[in-house]
Design a binder for this molecule. Structure first.
Ligand code: PXG
Ligand code: PLP
Length: 459
């Protein structure tokens, strides 16, 4: 099954126009990519199965990042592929407004079964970014329908990543977004991030220090008054900005303060959802139930784009007032609950359930997360390494950046690993690992030793 691209297959693919081994690279403006650098030495993937990719030359590459934090069950899983193929043949599209199709309802029910208790409603979008903007709009509208329309302020956190749409970049805490896009949505504020290497460097799992960072919320309430604040959005573990694991007690404290002040708490679980931290959602791992959860990525194992907002029943019920023929929440996407995405989602949840993947990285698992932790922490003391952080099957290895040239050192490690046949991801000068949850010990060894080799020869 895991064989490299053979010429006959390539020829057949080219004949139907779906695949070209060496395409013209000019027209495609690539997302979040150094376009000019990439096009000089393209890295083109052609096939995938299980823990591996194969590039267009047929070279095998071990996937240390589940594609982009999304292929949690590993690549090209048969149940998912079959579900998508069948759905494409049965019905391509169904309008989601004032119409429905059974699989959207079925998938929503299946998500609710694994969601925290009391979170019984699911709204579909097509990406994490759309899920985030949906949740923010839901929070604003929720307060309005309750007659607390002054609650318009949205709070995020420094070093937060909530996708690329206007709401998400506003509550997000990445300076690059402000530099390129300016103000975006007004009326936002930010808590401090929780990264505290002076006290917490090389923490295995949750750091001991920093619950008090949650008190920033009290400060913002004192400044703006709770009656003006709609919601706080945080990633339980900040992923994109370098794998920042919440300090012990931090999320609990945030929950208490939100409840005290009538502020909705949104967990952005686009990365942490679907087993990454050892439970279906990080909310369960950390024992804190938010009011809304945003998710995407692992929801369909990355096979078809889909995002979702999971809401507490109480929030949905609050909207269900006024004349019954009126639309309660004026929001939705042409492709909300797309049949192919729903089919992929159902095949994905079946696969997770059959293989116990949603809990494998947790205490009920087979010890793979502890083995992974040991592996990444063995990089302490290698050249350039200044911190190692981890939780479940997420790891962050922070490097000392080259003075005046941020990101360059980590990216050179990325390129070296790619040349050695291992796909990693870097963000700033941090290496982020998020392997498929089917990973075995041998794969962990290979990823860790490949990074070790790259670090030892990195400039
Ligand atoms: N919220 C969180 C917490 C995310 O991690 C999004 C929202 C946006 O999802 P979409 O599906 O719109 O991309 C994300 C996405 C990286 C990386 O390298 C991470 C993401 C996306 C691209 C790159 O860390 N996360
Ligand atoms: N722009 C135009 C002109 C549209 O007609 C629509 C949807 O009908 C959109 C944007 C939004 O597209 P989507 O529903 O796929 O997000």
């Amino acid at each position: 099954m895991n064989k490299a691209l053979d010429p006959a297959l390539m020829q057949a693919a080219e004949a139907i126009g779906s695949h070209v081994a060496t395409p013209d690279l000019g027209a495609y403006w690539m997302p979040f990519t150094a376009n000019r650098q990439f096009k000089q030495a393209p890295r083109l993937l052609a096939r995938a199965s299980g823990m591996h990719y194969w590039d267009v030359q047929g070279r095998e590459v071990l996937d240390g990042v589940a594609g982009l934090w999304c292929v949690n069950a590993g690549h090209n899983r048969p149940r998912i592929t079959a579900a998508i193929q069948k759905q494409a043949a049965d019905m391509d599209f169904a309008p989601p407004f004032q119409m429905g199709h059974p699989k959207a309802f079925e998938l929503a029910s299946r998500i609710v079964q694994i969601a925290p208790a009391g979170m019984g409603k699911v709204f579909f979008a097509n990406s994490g970014s759309e899920a985030v903007d949906t949740a923010l709009k839901m929070a604003l509208a929720y307060h309005r329908v309750r007659g607390e329309g002054t609650r318009t302020r949205l709070l995020g956190r420094d070093r937060g990543y909530h996708g690329v749409n206007f709401g998400g970049i506003s509550v997000g805490g990445m300076v690059g977004n402000r530099k390129h896009f300016g103000l975006a949505v007004a009326g936002v504020d930010h808590l401090r991030h929780t990264h505290d290497p002076a006290r917490n460097a090389y923490s295995n799992g949750q750091p001991a220090h920093g619950a008090e960072f949650a008190d920033d919320l009290e400060k913002l309430v004192a400044m703006h008054d709770a009656s003006n604040i709609a919601a706080v959005i945080v990633e339980p573990i900040a992923g994109s900005t370098g794998v920042l694991v919440p300090p012990m007690g931090y999320l609990q404290k945030l929950r208490e303060l939100c409840t005290k002040h009538g502020i909705l708490l949104i967990f952005d679980e686009v990365i942490t959802g679907f087993g990454r931290t050892g439970a279906p959602f990080a909310a369960q791992t950390f024992g804190v139930t938010p009011d809304l959860i945003t998710c995407a990525k692992g929801l369909t194992n990355g096979a078809v784009p889909m995002g979702a907002v999971i809401a507490k029943d109480e929030i949905y019920e609050t909207f269900m007032q006024g004349p019954e023929h009126m639309i309660e929440f004026l929001h939705g996407y042409t492709y909300s609950g797309h049949p192919l995405a729903c089919a992929a989602g159902l095949g994905t949840l079946d696969t997770y359930a059959e293989e116990g993947l949603l809990t494998r990285a947790g205490p009920q698992g087979d010890g793979i997360a502890a083995y992974f932790a040991q592996g990444v922490h063995s990089l302490k003391g290698e050249p350039h390494v200044i911190d190692v952080r981890n939780h479940g099957l997420v790891g962050g290895i922070e490097l000392q950046g080259i003075a005046g040239e941020p990101t360059k050192r980590a990216f050179s490690v990325f390129l070296d690993c790619w040349a050695q046949g291992v796909l990693i991801r870097t963000t700033g000068d941090t290496i982020a690992l998020s392997p498929p949850l089917i990973i075995e010990r041998g794969h962990v060894d290979r990823i860790v030793e490949t990074i070790r080799t790259a670090l030892r020869r990195a400039a």
